[in-house]
Design a protein around this ligand. Sequence first.
Ligand code: GLU
Length: 491
Amino acid sequence: MSKEVRVRFAPSPTGHLHIGGARSALFNYFFARHHGGKFIIRIEDTDRKRNVEDAEAKLIESMRWIGTEWDESIDKEGQYGPYRSMDRLEIYTEYLNKLLEEGKAYHCYCTEDELNEEREAQKARGEMPRYSGKCRCLTSEQISTFKAEGRTSSIRFRVPENKEFVVHDHIRGEVTFDSNGIGDFVIARPDGIPTYNFAVTIDDYLMKISHVIRGEEHLSNTPRQLMIYDAFGWETPDFAHVSLILNPDRQKMSKRDESIIQFVEQYRELGYLPEALVNFLALLGWSPEGEEEIFTMEELIKRFTLDRVSKSPSVFDIEKLNWMNNHYMKLAPLERIVDLALPHMQKAGQLPEQLSPEQRAWAEQVIALYQEQMAYAAQIVNLASLFFTNELEYNEEAKQVLAEEQVPEVMRAFHEEIVNGDDYTPDFIKQALKNVQKATGHKGKKLFMPVRVAATGVTHGPDLATSLYLLGRDKVAARVLNVADNHKQFV
Ligand code: GLU
């Protein structure tokens, strides 16, 4: 790459980190590191109505959680700060004044009501609503009258007529916009605070951003930004607009869409692993060469190139994320899984807030039983519920197993074995099952399946002897006896 790579992720602090935002951030991060460049996080907070308290801190926390590191930001001053738009107002004013002085921007005194009326009239005539240019050439008398009326003014950019603006996009190719389709747009509100399109252009230029990699939803803003670069005679950065992420129904996601979990924070709370989420998000819209799908951050950085980012939208497939997360959970050290799963069990009331060393050791073994099976850590509450209920509920499949005729005999023999032993360990339980086999002549599925179902309520599960051991002698004895005593109920 001939120019120094400097890219940015520029979230507005309007809420938690969205998965779409996280994906854009990751693509920027991979790109920066791939080229030995700089990754910058800039907070774009000039749309103050939409700002949410705490959002900034939460965004940064989520960015840290997914494992990105940045070179410059609000918490890491660099040469081109400040990195929060609202701290850059003086800079914007200087550039707004330049445009005003050169006649490339002008004050507009139209009121909200007037603008609405104008829009409605245009719509009624079947025209595309756009600003009419009413305040383009006001006389000083008109301006004085407006001021005397107490009107305030916004600043509009004077859009050049009959000009084409071409976005040379690394992902979408050449996208051409006709300036006649774009009305003079507001670059600063009456309070002097610039709008997104103005601030982003000034910031990208002054921060020497080489490549703007962001979501497709900003493509329609790009011609406005190009006009501002042009007005100042500045060279533009390269652009790459990444396609949308669709929900599982292949529809555009809305903020209220419940078919999909939309925020990184929620995945964290559910006990997904950040490396799995990163791996998954990386493959939404980007594909490496070959069939491989599991990549560490280092590998993603090594392989990432913009020319393998797809033009078509990608579909969010939660099954795939769950498969991937399960893959990473199986590889993770048990300790890490315990740290993720325990709080869920405590929150669900399965375990007390304060655990004795014995309780903790027991809980760790229960969690270990399900490490292979969990798609994400919050699932432990359901998976392990059989350890915490007094009355098991048997589903149809389980009832069928318990209806078999050998069941009462097997249950009683097994009950006898376990209540009469002094020991109660996995090895003892294995021996007890062997003894039952000898005594009753029932073996294999006829023996293990009813014991498993009677004690755990389910036909499939982790290692039987360990499960029975962790359930404890009393619970297991009561459950098998109950099945023997109530056998008729299952038949
Ligand atoms: N602040 C914009 C957003 O949150 C980002 C715009 C950009 O990347 O240029 O959508």
